[in-house]
Design a binder for this molecule. Structure first.
Ligand code: CS2
Length: 506
């Protein structure tokens, strides 16, 4: 939602309409779920950085369940790093909002009460750092998206030239990046002799705990070697695998939720019935009884994270680029084409042999369930939304599998077509010659490369494969070059719809 839209909803609630809030909760129709606890008795224990739709449909729902079971000191303070949209929408509603769970069978609505307060980091950095530094804050969790890590996607090393990192090194009290905030607050706790909070990444990165640990310790070491060492030794960074499909909320969704509630909710979130959270049980300052709310606690999340990234997210990205180019607005629309569904399945099946799963994991059943979830006709999950930030997503979703398959002498043509789809997409010009609104931190650089080479696979594919922050050494691997160049040539010759429809595994 644009901040303009959020503001207009906030300042001009629909005339005569009741607005969701603590005071209006008991006017909700009986079938609408709501907090089963007294919100006034809940204290914050978690600060969450990046309070977007995903967090509100996933982690905050788990916490809502736990609060209902009596874990009253684990409420959430939700921070947006940049925009004030979420704060503007939720603050007038006492931070209450609706989760609408949709499937072919219909919709169920539940009002969530676990978010107690919202903070806009850009406007109030000092307030946020103070919140994070309070002893009561025992977990700081993150959904800041891949680019929020300010790292080189291929290597996971902190990008020390990133403008936010450069800024935060000299202005810790007015931080902009997640690394800046985490280090400012951890440093404050160290000075005050307060145990550090646990840093809980909930982003779609391989070994996300290690990823955030790396950027935080690297950033801290740039400030002071001792601080870096203390963080390395004392702070826990468990990895997690998070899964729930959460499309962007539209105005039509707002209207549908308002009619179910009989009152306005400025920013409900829309999701599917499925939800999964697997967490490494490594918390330095305590944690709620996650298992009581269905969270799986494990010693090592890596295999599950790989499974999800290489099966779900990889095929999601493949469907996003090729589906967008083929004219499909949503994942469900692409999946309604049998050949696109078969192609998505192939991407998953090709990744499966690269995974080392614990005994008893049924990958075939997992793949079948993913295909059913993608086909959910009640979710309007736009291909354009998933296509965002591809330069940050490709390594962990597609390239790791390609590397592993090449090492074993296995064909990579399904993945090559997906990567070619990304290449065609980032030229920023679709098959009808219309502009594509490419959202990616590297969009300008990628479009400039495409402009230089022109729409010729033999020139464009090697040029993009040469972007080392995305492809690393894999980009110069001859079988990789040849597979991706051929796939891109087919894409240019046939168009995405035909290229997928006539695609057969090698
Ligand atoms: C999607 C994910 O937008 C994307 O890149 O692939 O957000 C996906 O919906 C979630 O990871 C599902 O858990």
């Amino acid at each position: 939602m644009s901040s303009q839209m959020a503001k207009s909803i906030h300042s001009n609630p629909i005339e005569g309409h009741l607005r969701l809030s603590n005071a209006s909760l008991d006017r909700l129709p009986g079938q609408i779920g709501r907090p089963k606890y007294d919100r006034s008795g809940i204290r914050p224990g978690i600060v969450h950085l990046g309070i977007g739709a995903f967090h509100r449909a996933h982690q905050a729902v788990v916490i809502d369940d736990l609060l209902a079971q009596g874990a009253s000191d684990w409420g959430i303070v939700g921070a947006s790093l940049r925009s004030s949209d979420t704060h503007d929408a939720l603050a007038p509603q006492d931070c209450l909002y609706t989760v609408a769970i949709r499937s072919g069978a219909g919709a169920a609505h539940r009002v969530i009460g676990s978010v107690l307060e919202t903070v806009v980091a850009r406007a109030n950095p000092v307030q946020l750092i103070a919140r994070m530094a309070e002893p009561a804050t025992r977990i700081v969790s993150l959904t800041i998206t891949e680019k929020g890590y300010c790292h080189t996607p291929q290597t996971g090393e902190l990008d020390e030239q990133h403008p936010d990192i450069v800024h935060d090194l000299t202005n810790p009290e007015a931080s902009r990046s997640a690394a800046g905030f985490l280090v400012a607050a951890l440093s404050r706790r160290r000075e005050a002799g307060v145990v550090p909070f646990t840093v809980l990444s909930c982003d779609n990165l391989s070994a996300n705990g290690r990823a955030v640990r790396r950027i935080v310790t690297q950033f801290a070491s740039l400030r002071s070697r001792e601080l870096g060492k203390w963080i390395e030794d004392e702070v826990a960074f468990p990895s997690t695998m998070v899964d729930r499909i959460v499309p962007e909320t539209t105005d039509a969704d707002r209207a549908a939720v308002a009619s179910a509630l009989g009152m306005t909710d400025a920013w409900p979130v829309i999701t599917e019935p499925f939800t999964q959270w697997i967490v490494e049980d490594n918390f330095a300052a305590g944690r709620p009884d996650f298992a009581a709310a269905g969270v799986q606690l494990v010693a090592d999340v890596t295999p599950f994270e790989h499974m999800k990234l290489r099966l779900l997210n990889a095929s999601h990205s493949a469907l996003a680029y090729l589906g967008y180019l083929a004219g499909y607005e949503t994942i469900a629309a692409a999946m309604a084409n049998d050949r696109f569904a078969a192609f998505a399945r192939q991407v998953m099946e090709d990744a499966a042999p690269t995974l080392a799963m614990p005994a008893g994991t049924d990958l075939a059943a997992y793949i079948a369930s993913l295909l059913r979830r993608f086909a959910n006709p009640a979710l309007h999950h736009r291909t354009w939304q998933i296509a965002m930030d591809g330069s940050q997503k490709l390594p962990q979703r597609l390239l790791g599998t390609m590397q592993d398959r090449l090492r074993r002498g296995m064909p990579i043509d399904a993945h090559a077509l997906a990567v070619a789809g990304w290449m065609r997409y980032v030229t920023a010009c679709d098959e009808q010659g219309r502009a594509i609104d490419v959202r990616d931190p590297m969009a300008v650089e990628l479009a400039a490369l495409a402009k230089q080479t022109g729409p010729m696979a033999e020139r464009l594919a090697p040029a993009l494969l040469g972007v080392s922050s995305v492809f690393g050494t894999l980009g110069s691997d001859p079988p990789m070059r040849s597979a991706v160049t051929q796939a891109l040539a087919r894409l240019y010759a046939l168009g995405a719809r035909q290229a997928v429809q006539t695609w057969r595994p090698a």
